[in-house]
Design a binder for this molecule. Structure first.
Ligand code: NAP
Length: 518
């Protein structure tokens, strides 16, 4: 892969911010960034049964920063999806009989290869989803950590020998893989969302068919290339990339085919509901990692520096496009003004908008212009209802968005009612702990929540009361393979990572041995 053009970020930012002629110049500058077509991990065909397969047509993959086409990828349809399911089903018959140690060794090799190729994979991630290169490298390390974790967990799938109620019986509870799993993933963590699921599935003895998001098929295919190099047997890991046009028909095969035993999805709550309905007819198992609306609560007793640091970390990762990004900031009256002022200073000091491959960029583009328009709509709605724009507020060229800080926000505003998925900080003032909890828990989703307090009793109370699957107490970054990831309410079903993640791919079989003589 060639080095991308080194452009002055400040100049670019000036142009991104200014009127139409300068914006045109910014567009021209951005176009100079390009992905080398000879990138070592760049694959553009589907991966089915250990073979690279072309489809009848191809779809473009675009750099969200420039709108330029960076690759054309085989547009797999229902036929290819069915082939992949059949291949996964055939492969399951032998993969389920492999020993836990054999599966562990292969996952470990895959992990090693991911680390060996981390720069190549990170560049693909940056070019297809826009995220700053430093963050893409972080994503590759995070993604690899799930292969390492599940290579270890594979060897710890214990059953139980249960004391029986009768003397002539023995009771054994045996854990067995569920079968073929369909895995449908979003664009915001295109590599990590795959390994978090696939690591657990393969460790458990399941085989998989992955449908990556239309925007980000390249990292999924790069993972397939590395899986092949690691020696993962044909049919165990399949990838069927497809355009948004084909997604419903491919999704239908993956969620209804009787050979599929399980679906695992990460994406929006709306899509999750569609997939669950499709899977219901054949009563498939389902894991759902859906949308969030994370509250970030700062109590009067909080350590201000830590709260501001946590806010920056939890809000601006991937330009605010992660499901665990703080989405609503609730700040107690006694610390409100100081928090808002310090957060504004930190935004000025730390955030740099630009192409993800520039070393000092911290804020890449949003995934597409529709995503940027949603943020703009939330800002104008808030302003029309009395919110004050303290920083940013505007859409820049294309899908670039100014990091934005809004004060005097109320719970009537759109930005406090729905997930933003962008670099917007809406700050609501509150007076009591009860009030903050009532606002935080009013959402019908509950993925992550964060709060800052130095009052030990309050810490216990609030951590227990928050209706979310993950709580950051004086901490803005939570994700790690050792801990469970998942939400309550309409944020989903099941848990990924941790010692629980593998259970999503296992059945418990009860064996009753009767008629035994003492
Ligand atoms: P999305 O529109 O739901 O898409 C997610 C995936 O579902 C994509 O691969 C998409 O394919 C696919 N899809 C859409 N309709 C489908 C159908 N009828 N059949 C089969 N597949 C279908 O979500 P997104 O915009 O990519 O991601 C943003 C959302 O994901 C946010 O709400 C965020 O909170 C959530 N998210 C949650 C987690 C978590 O762990 N809880 C993590 C990351 C993101 P196409 O790309 O082809 O449309």
């Amino acid at each position: 892969m060639s080095a991308v053009c080194a452009l002055g970020t400040r100049r670019l930012l000036r142009q991104l911010r200014s009127g139409p002629p300068a914006a045109a110049a910014a567009a021209a500058m951005l176009r100079r960034y390009s992905l080398d077509v000879s990138a070592p991990l760049l694959r553009t065909q589907g991966y089915v049964d250990g073979r690279w397969v072309s489809a009848a047509s191809a779809f473009p993959v675009l750099d969200p920063a420039t709108g330029q086409e960076i690759a054309r990828v085989s547009d797999c349809g229902p036929a290819e999806a069915k082939q992949a399911v059949d291949a996964a089903y055939t492969a399951f018959q032998s993969w389920k009989r492999s020993t836990a140690k054999e599966r562990s060794v292969l996952l470990r090799k895959w992990f090693d290869l991911l680390l060996l190729h981390k720069e190549d994979l990170a560049k693909l991630i940056t070019f297809e989803c826009g995220k700053p290169l430093r963050e893409s490298l972080g994503e590759v390390a995070y993604s690899a950590s799930f292969l390492e974790w599940f290579s270890e967990e594979a060897r710890r799938v214990y059953g139980d020998l249960v004391p029986a109620p009768a003397k002539d019986r023995k009771i054994l509870l045996l854990k067995q893989p569920v079968g073929v799993a369909s895995i449908i993933t979003p664009w915001n963590f295109p590599s990590a969302m795959i390994t978090r699921k696939v690591g657990a599935a393969l460790a458990a003895g399941c085989t998989v068919v992955v449908k990556p998001a239309e925007d980000t098929p390249l990292s999924a295919l790069a993972l397939a290339e590395l899986a092949e190099q690691a020696g993962i047997p044909a049919g165990v890991f399949n990838v069927v990339p497809c355009s948004r046009e084909k997604t419903p028909s491919v999704g239908e095969v993956l969620c209804t085919d009787p050979l599929v035993a399980k679906i695992s999805f990460t994406g929006s709550t709306a899509t999750g509901k569609v997939l669950l309905k499709m899977a219901a007819d054949t009563v498939k198992k389902a894991s759902m990692e859906l949308g969030g609306h994370a509250p970030f609560i700062v109590f009067d007793s909080a350590d201000l520096d830590k709260a501001v640091g946590g806010a920056m970390a939890s809000k601006f990762r991937n330009s605010g496009q992660t499901c665990v990004c703080s989405n609503r900031f609730l700040v107690q009256s006694g610390i409100y003004d100081r928090f808002v002022e310090r957060l504004g200073q930190a935004m000025d000091a730390e955030l740099r908008v630009g192409h993800g491959s520039e070393p000092d960029t911290t804020q890449g583009p949003l995934i597409n212009t529709k995503a940027a328009e949603k943020v703009v709509q939330q800002i104008s709605d808030a302003v029309s209802q009395g919110a004050k724009v303290l920083k940013g507020g505007k859409r820049l060229h294309g899908s670039f968005m100014e990091p934005t800080l809004l004060a005097d926000v109320t719970t009537d505003m759109l930005c406090t009612k729905e997930e933003t998925f962008g670099p917007l900080v809406p700050v609501i003032r509150f007076n009591t702990e009860e009030e903050a909890l009532a606002v935080a828990n009013a959402a019908n989703v509950g993925l992550a929540g964060y709060f800052y307090s130095q009052d030990v009793s309050q810490i216990w109370r609030v951590a227990e009361e928050l209706e979310v699957g993950m709580v950051g107490v004086n901490e803005g970054l939570l994700s790690t393979p050792e801990a469970s990831f998942g939400g309550v309410k309409q944020s989903g079903l099941g848990r990924e990572g941790s010692k629980y993640g593998i259970d999503e791919y296992l059945e418990v079989k009860y064996m009753c041995f009767g008629g035994l003589k003492a």
